[in-house]
Design a protein around this ligand. Sequence first.
Ligand code: SF4
Ligand code: SF4
Length: 337
Amino acid sequence: MQYVPLGRTGLNVSRLGFGGIPLQRIDRPAARELLKAAHEAGVNYIDTARGYTVSEEWIGRSLQELGLRDAFVLATKCRAVTADEMRAELAASLKALRTDHIELYQFHNPSLRDLEGILAPGGALEALREAQAQGVVGHIGVTAHLAAVFERALAVEAFETIMFPYNIVEQQGADLIARCAAAGKAFIDMKPLAGGAIEDGRLALRYVLANPAVTVSIPGMAAAQELAQNLEAAADPSPLSAQEQKACQAVRDALGTQFCRRCNYCAPCTVGIQIPSAFLFDGYISRYGLEKWARERYATLPVKASACIGCGACETRCPYQLPIRQMLKQVAAHFGE
Ligand code: SF4
Ligand code: SF4
């Protein structure tokens, strides 16, 4: 395992971090075993969020039971904009994580407007600064999905880390990532597998970790085999081979730019369509030829793509400006409902 400085924080982190989103899909004992295995393999960075339902709670309980709290750099985040909101969210994180300090606290995907509120007098940054002075929060960072927010965050001195999507098919942050490194801020790579759209997890991780401007990548993990695959990729520091580069190009050719990253920011759909699931199942047919598997799962969706009334509410919330209505029409055509 490679360890690198987390920007100028003074912390050293494993380049493979533990993405805590999928812990929501498994039970708590399984989460504990996975965290134990990650620790034994040298992973020392955990990413979670207030918004990931049970994730903070299960990480907190697991680390307490395992006696491993101090073995990890804990990073969490919330959507607070005002100082009062942040005080409440931070208290909730500390309680759920069963700790009296959090190494990295981040603003979770603020819009440009929210970011200005966060930075204004009485904004959430003020509360994190107070917590920092009290030793409750070690360092402050921000996460973003839009390049404009990343660009703005680069100019904010208080932010020691920036998290942004970067992977084989999402290069919109490539220049900003290089500037992040030059500014001494750590770059945390989210969505190394493009939200599950890239099938070959090993190749996906090899690709992002081959970029030295990437400090740590945080693939989500919910199973021992996912951890093992990620560890194998992270253990190989060699540059991408010609064959791997060709495979990356094949992934780009297959996915293009218009694909769903399953972030679920488009929710709630006015009529209850589970938009990312509809796109996921469709992708299993169009990209991977898993027709039967995809049809069985699509059949379990309570509201089908054909129910879309075209209100457009989802499109105003998609950070990737996907033409969701048009894409759902294609899904409905493929599945016949
Ligand atoms: S446009 Fe369709 S998918 Fe989007 S919110 Fe409206 S009904 Fe739901
Ligand atoms: S449609 Fe857009 S907002 Fe919704 S899950 Fe996909 S990428 Fe995210």
